[in-house]
Write a protein that binds this ligand. Structure first.
Ligand SMILES: NC(=O)c1ccc[n+]([C@@H]2O[C@H](COP(=O)([O-])OP(=O)(O)OC[C@H]3O[C@@H](n4cnc5c(N)ncnc54)[C@H](OP(=O)(O)O)[C@@H]3O)[C@@H](O)[C@H]2O)c1
Length: 292
């Protein structure tokens, strides 16, 4: 049993991580934004000096991808400086840090599935701030695992699956971009992976620190993802009418932030290093849809 600090514990992934840690018999400091602001170094240091923490799982982030274009300094403080302060504190306490990054670091004009060793690029503010977060962790501590996750959905957060269901209930037709490909990732298995890795990292013989892609399979484009979501919703009798999903191009959709066209990821490094599987995201859709 360990004492684990979960940052962002009220978010989509953080709330699942909290629940899984308790189920596995760990003690948890479940820190929501209201109790620990990771962008305030004195708050991070205060929690470390008042308690003997065994491991940290950082699920806190600024995740509003479009709004980040207008709030760059806020996004940078949370996504870049926050991980830096956590990394420094973990190094000082000599404890492991599990952190979640994003597939948006693969906006490099290479086609997927992307591997961890590629040259990275990102064109949106959210992606840039998350990339700084990765950099600061690698520079400030040794005992870290960073999981680059993508298109996360689960019952507890705001996500694409719930948005499609909500819009589908109100409209007969949805227009969804077809020129963005990626891997949907259910929050539950991602959270289980975070907890399992934190547990393994507590073993003094653990050597597999580093950066890993983690996502569900198979990959899909946004428009087809929306169609699958609404087919499942229909089968679950969550829609009282038929909804047509039409494909549009992202340049015509006009989102403020530029997303990668192809952020599909290879999870081979993760699965072979840790001997763990990644989930088929389709098996988790109904759970999210019925609890939405
Ligand atoms: N969602 C996705 O599709 C996706 C894809 C790839 C990677 N990721 C990454 O996965 C991780 C988890 O994302 P998620 O989907 O669980 O996001 P989420 O639901 O938005 O949760 C993030 C949590 O962080 C908290 N937070 C924000 N600023 C904070 C601060 N300064 N100090 C402490 N807590 C703060 C938020 O609290 P408030 O809401 O109260 O501010 C929220 O509860 C993040 O690192 C994200 O970048 C997400």
């Amino acid at each position: 049993m360990a004492l684990v600090l979960v940052c962002g514990a009220k978010g989509q992934v953080g709330s699942e991580v909290h629940e899984i840690l308790l189920q596995r018999g760990h003690k948890v400091i479940a820190a929501g934004h209201d109790t620990l602001d990771i962008s305030e170094e004195n708050e991070v240091n205060a929690i470390f000096s008042s308690t003997r923490i065994d491991a940290v799982i950082n699920c806190a982030a600024y995740t509003k991808v479009d709004l980040a274009e207008d709030e760059e300094s806020k996004a940078y403080a949370i996504n870049a400086l926050g991980p830096k302060y956590l990394a420094r504190a973990c190094k000082e306490a000599d404890i492991p840090l599990v952190h979640i990054s994003t597939d948006y670091v693969y906006d490099n004009n290479e086609s997927g599935p992307h591997v961890e060793s590629e040259t990275l690029n990102t064109r949106c503010v959210y992606g840039k701030t998350k990339l700084f977060g990765e950099k600061f962790i690698t520079e400030n501590c040794d005992k870290y695992v960073i999981l680059r996750a993508s298109w996360i959905f689960g019952p507890k957060g705001n996500n694409f699956v719930k948005a499609m269901l909500r819009l589908g209930k109100d409209r007969d037709e949805l227009k969804v971009v077809s020129d963005e490909e990626g891997n949907p990732t259910p929050a539950r298995p991602l959270s289980e992976a975070c907890v399992t890795l934190a547990e393994r990292m507590l073993d003094k013989d653990f050597r597999h620190y580093g950066i890993y892609n983690y996502c569900g399979v198979p990959s899909i484009n946004r428009c087809d993802f929306a169609r699958v979501i609404l087919t499942h919703a229909s089968k679950l009798n969550l829609l009282d009418h038929e909804v047509t999903v039409s494909a549009i191009l992202s340049r015509d959709f006009g989102a403020k932030a530029r997303r990668p066209a192809d952020s599909r990821m290879s999870t081979e490094k993760f699965t072979t290093t840790f001997n763990m599987a990644v989930p088929d995201w389709q098996e988790y859709l109904d759970d999210t849809l019925t609890q939405a």
